[in-house]
Design a protein around this ligand. Structure first.
Ligand SMILES: C[S@@+](CC[C@H](N)C(=O)[O-])C[C@H]1O[C@@H](n2cnc3c(N)ncnc32)[C@H](O)[C@@H]1O
Length: 239
């Protein structure tokens, strides 16, 4: 079943965890609604407690990439179409975005993309095995710019080990943001994480890789003359 936009179940779930998003349904087009109904079976993966396995999801083992918070999913669809040899799993809470990506997945006849409509933190905690991803990518996570909201940011020191353990040894952790303060905070957090190594000499930001398609939020950041920062780390080979 696809989760609803109803957030009234908040009382039943752990209130101890502060969410990195506010679930707003926003406007959903008829086409997106239809995609959620018609294409979910083909591309969708249920959230819950079942441990996910690459072979069962894709019918093959290959390089496996996780994208968290794909937004409208355009850049993820482009990546999946450009790299049919790679398996992609995308997780997003915003249902119109999920509907949009399902539409694109059908149009592009993608066989290497699976989509979850869920809180990625819960999926990481309950459904994803350790040591399974070759890359985890999070592009333009919500910046939560007000200091009192920083606790909502997806990247927190206490969450890094959850992410890192989902990577295979030498797997990549790739983030991008147009929020300088968040970029600096992530750089400090990752540089201080013993299981991670910065791919850039001097432990700085990475140049924007050519293979990362432009995202909707990146375009917005550029219109606002924000500096775009990429962070590219590897999980150590033996920790
Ligand atoms: C600022 S948008 C960026 C979207 C897209 N990556 C882009 O660059 O255009 C951040 C996205 O992360 C999603 N998000 C935030 N927290 C999430 C979570 N815990 N699990 C899944 N998605 C999340 C939001 O719904 C939102 O679509």
């Amino acid at each position: 079943m696809i989760p609803t936009s109803d957030d009234s179940n908040t009382n039943n779930i752990s209130l101890s965890r502060i969410r990195s998003f506010v679930r707003r349904e926003g406007r959903m087009t008829l086409a997106q609604q239809r995609a959620l109904t018609e294409y979910w079976e083909r591309f969708g993966v249920e959230s819950g407690t079942v441990l996910l396995d690459q072979e069962s999801l894709f019918g093959r083992r290959a390089t496996w990439v996780l994208e968290i918070g794909f937004g409208d999913g355009e850049s993820l669809a482009t990546m999946a179409a450009t790299h049919p040899d790679i398996n992609y799993l995308g997780i997003e809470v915003h249902r119109p975005g999920v509907g949009h990506l399902l539409l694109r997945a059908k149009e592009l006849q993608l066989t290497n993309l699976r989509v979850m409509c869920a809180d990625a933190i819960e999926v990481l905690e309950k459904q994803l095995p350790n040591n399974c991803f070759d890359r985890i990518q999070i592009f333009f996570p919500d910046p939560w710019p007000k200091i009192r909201h920083h606790k909502r940011r997806f990247i927190q020191p206490q969450r890094v080990s959850l992410l890192v353990h989902k990577l295979k040894p030498l797997g990549q952790l790739h983030l991008a943001t147009d929020c300088e303060n968040y970029a600096l905070s992530m750089l400090d957090i990752f540089n201080a994480t013993p299981e991670l190594v910065n791919t850039i000499a001097g432990n700085g930001f990475a140049p924007r890789p050519d293979w990362r398609p432009m995202t909707k939020f990146e375009q917005r950041g550029l219109r606002l003359n924000h500096i775009i920062r990429d962070l590219l780390f590897l999980r150590h080979a033996n920790c």
